[in-house]
Design a protein around this ligand. Structure first.
Ligand code: ADP
Length: 324
């Protein structure tokens, strides 16, 4: 797969303050890549540099196959950017906003209208499109903003914290629309401070902390970095439980609930191993559940700090390991 974005050694300082300290990124075409990190980590700065809004101090950067330093115009023609501060004009209707954007792209009158109506349909804004944008909810404004980004049919889209401040329903509808875009062949680089959002959407995640990438991988790979994954085996017969505790000496037993917690990295290989041992010993297991650590655990494991909690985020229910 060819790279939509390829970055080596990206550095940026503001005065004395080092904001990006040598970042390498590779985003494959047609995928969702998430830059995850707390406030102030440097996420917006990366997006601003990759979208040619500000210049880097150092680094080799290619976006959509173009050298960003030598050919920023070509990069601009291939990308769309949706920032935290919406480009939506509240004193115009949604449809007028889209048509204005289409005019900026010189689409021509008929084509501008056709494209605006197509995007209103795609983003579930057909009725809203007739109303002034200042009457829109946060979620509708974000959808219109994203629709405006798409007027020029960009191949690569930068979404800077696309769901910050949205209620859970609007977040989910935004997620669906982002997935649909990628299904249509677009590449998305999204920044987020929400671990569940990166987990939900991203093919790959890079964790940014104080301007440095502290981890990179698929959500599953990252979760394996965090300790705490285990398989929980529940028994109803005390005899089966005791036998299992002997067969699986690394497991943490809970004698009251007849539960064994077997440390496990969540990989298919290790699960298969465990099942083979259960079969070989003819153990009667009543319930088996796999517990993988979530991205909160990962962030803590790679940075030594917890992330800030977010009210609009529904935490994913995960049972934590209790070591006896
Ligand atoms: P994030 O998007 O992860 O919250 P930013 O990229 O916005 O982080 O900011 C990273 C760091 O760079 C912060 O410490 C911020 O204060 C600093 N910063 C960003 N823009 C400027 C600027 N124009 N001048 C000085 N410092 C800045």
């Amino acid at each position: 797969m060819s790279a939509a974005i390829d970055v080596i050694g990206l550095r940026k300082s503001y005065g004395e303050k080092l904001v990006l300290d040598g970042i390498d990124l590779n985003v494959a075409e047609g995928t969702i890549f998430s830059l995850l990190g707390p406030n102030g980590a440097g996420k917006t700065t990366v997006v601003q540099i990759l979208s040619t809004l500000i210049t880097a101090d150092a680094g080799e950067i290619r976006v959509a196959g173009h050298d960003l330093h030598k050919n920023p115009e070509a990069v601009r023609a291939a990308i769309g950017v949706t920032g935290q501060f919406s480009a939506v004009d509240g004193l115009m209707t949604g449809r007028e906003n889209l048509i204005l954007m289409a005019d900026l792209y010189h689409l021509g009158k008929t084509e501008a209208r056709r494209r605006a109506d197509e995007l209103l349909e795609q983003f579930d804004l057909v009725e809203a499109g007739k109303k002034l944008a200042m009457t829109y909810s946060g979620g509708m404004k974000r959808r219109l903003d994203l629709a405006m980004t798409l007027v020029g049919s960009p191949r690569i889209i930068f979404l800077d914290e696309p769901t910050t401040g949205l209620d859970p329903r609007s977040r989910h509808s935004m997620w669906t629309m982002i997935r649909d875009l990628v299904a249509g062949g677009v590449t998305v680089l999204l920044t987020t401070q929400y671990l569940d959002e990166a987990d939900e959407l991203a093919d790959r995640i890079a964790v940014l902390d104080h301007g440095r990438l502290v981890a990179q991988g698929t959500p599953e790979e990252l979760k394996r970095l965090a300790p705490g994954g285990h398989i929980r085996l529940r028994f109803t017969s005390p005899d089966a439980f005791s036998l299992a505790a002997q067969v699986l000496p690394t497991a943490a037993p809970n004698h009251e609930s007849l539960v064994l917690q077997v440390p496990n990295d969540g990989s298919v290989h290790s699960l298969r191993d465990l099942l083979a041992r259960i079969d070989d010993a003819s153990l009667e297991v009543d319930e088996l559940t796999v517990h993988t650590p979530d991205l909160d655990d990962v962030f803590f494991a790679v940075t030594g700090q917890p992330t800030q909690s977010t009210e609009s985020t529904q935490p994913v229910e995960h049972e934590k390991v209790t070591t006896k």
